[in-house]
Design a protein around this ligand. Structure first.
Ligand code: NZQ
Ligand code: ZN
Length: 387
């Protein structure tokens, strides 16, 4: 295990009815809020009206940044920064999934910066300070509600890039599993895969001696495998939604990566796909992951892939054989969630795979569990294209 520092500063308010604590949480930072949300789900499920009532009861003034798209765009961030400056906003409140929260974080970082906030994503500028961010989560997937990251797309440059800074970690997040009852089956499936993928990116690591991190990781994977299908079949099953929601936060809040080198190659490749095709992030991961696993399996990685097969899927037998069987179980599980299994099936064009591989490796080699160069990434994309 490597040395590490961790800090989990987000106040999590978890459970039914926890929205009643929103007013107090906001007022700790001021009474002028930028409310950031997506394209209507919070109006359809009644959450928007609940929040309006809380604003009225607590004399909280607000301006809205609505219509934030899945795979949020830098244009929304520009709009949000302008609103914050015009209205003297003191807290950015995201209500939604990862896209609303990521957009809120980028806005919060951009307010105190004179240049274009896109500079943070290209590495031209560093984030030193940000407005406080709070979140009301409505979709279990990204972990953005408890972490320092934000991922934003730029249509002009066809890029999707991430930032991370401790100042972006939400000060508080309200996690009421009932708000996820209305998440449709395909988004529930994609969210489940995203959570699993976050675990894989940290579990499949070259660092030895991380028994505790690895057992925690396996528990999160088992939670997704058990409760993902239940949440899809019974959307208002509280226990399933609650377990998935907490799994999502724990998978990417710093707990699993403490003391290890982590991989992230599958995510880096997926971001190039959703940058060009605006697909659902978790769907892209579901297609890529089994191909990544098959590609990286060799004598060096087999023990860890076999450990995954043994501990998560209860497969026993010879090491390489069970490593392979664990990979196939993963592919079957994603298929059972009714997610597409090939890039061709979701409209990705074969003649753009090289462009994605080039962009994915433009900042250097990918991965740590197994290092991937341009040709490796292209091979994985080709395999995923055919399914
Ligand atoms: O826009 P609305 O109408 O709200 O609809 C959303 C959207 O269409 C809908 N939805 C959300 N909550 C709902 C609901 N529909 C019904 N009932 C509800 N309760 O679901 C759709 C997807 O929402 P989105 O926020 O885009 O999903 P997700 O949470 O999966 O976020 C995906 C984004 O986060 C990035 C992804 O790349 C992608 O851009 N990621 C962020 C990370 C982070 N900040 O740490 C890490 C991840 O690896 C990921 O890259
Ligand atoms: Zn992800």
């Amino acid at each position: 295990m490597l040395n590490f520092n961790v800090h989990f500063p987000t106040r999590i308010r978890f459970g039914r009815g926890k929205i009643e604590e929103l007013g107090g949480e906001i007022l700790a930072y001021g009474n002028k809020v930028l409310l950031v949300y997506g394209r209507g789900s919070i109006k359809r499920n009644g959450l928007y009206e609940q929040i309006m009532q809380i604003f009225r009861d607590n004399s909280i003034a607000y301006v809205e940044l609505s219509g934030v798209q899945a795979n949020p765009r830098i244009s929304s961030v520009h709009q949000g920064v302008k609103l914050c400056r015009e209205h003297g906003v003191q807290l950015v409140l995201a209500v939604g999934g990862g896209s609303a929260i990521d957009c809120a974080k980028a806005v919060a970082a951009g307010v105190g910066y004179e240049g274009d906030p896109w500079d943070f994503f290209t590495g031209k500028a560093r984030i030193n300070h940000a407005l406080p961010v709070g979140a009301v989560l409505t979709l279990a997937a990204t972990g953005s509600e408890m972490n320092s990251n934000a991922v934003i797309s730029n249509d002009e440059t066809a890029q999707k890039l991430g930032i991370g800074s401790p100042v972006l970690i939400p000060r508080f997040s309200i996690l009421d599993p009932e708000y996820t009852f209305s998440v449709p089956p395909e988004q529930t499936a994609a969210g489940t895969v995203d959570i699993m993928s976050h675990v894989f990116e940290q579990y499949f690591s070259p660092t030895p001696g991380t028994f505790i991190q690895d057992r925690l990781a396996e528990a999160i994977l088992k939670t997704c495998i058990h409760y993902g299908p239940i949440a899809i079949a019974e959307p208002d099953n509280y226990e399933a939604r609650a377990n998935l929601m907490w799994a999502g936060s724990l998978a990417l809040n710093g707990l699993l990566k403490a003391g290890k080198r982590t991989d992230w190659a599958t995510h880096d490749i997926e971001h190039e796909i959703s940058a060009l095709y605006d697909i659902t992030h978790g769907l892209g991961l579901a297609i890529l992951t089994p191909h990544w696993m098959r590609y990286v399996l060799d004598a060096q990685t087999a023990p860890r892939l076999a450990e995954y097969a043994r501990n998560v899927w209860n497969i026993t037998g010879e090491e390489t054989m069970i490593a392979r069987a664990g990979i196939e179980k993963t592919a079957e599980f994603f298929e059972s969630l009714r997610l597409a299994t090939s890039l061709s099936a979701i409209g990705v064009e074969e003649n753009r795979l090289a462009e994605m591989a080039t962009k994915a490796t433009s900042r250097g080699t990918l991965g740590a569990f197994k290092k991937l160069e341009y040709q490796d990434v292209l091979n994985i994309l080709h395999a995923a294209y055919g399914g």
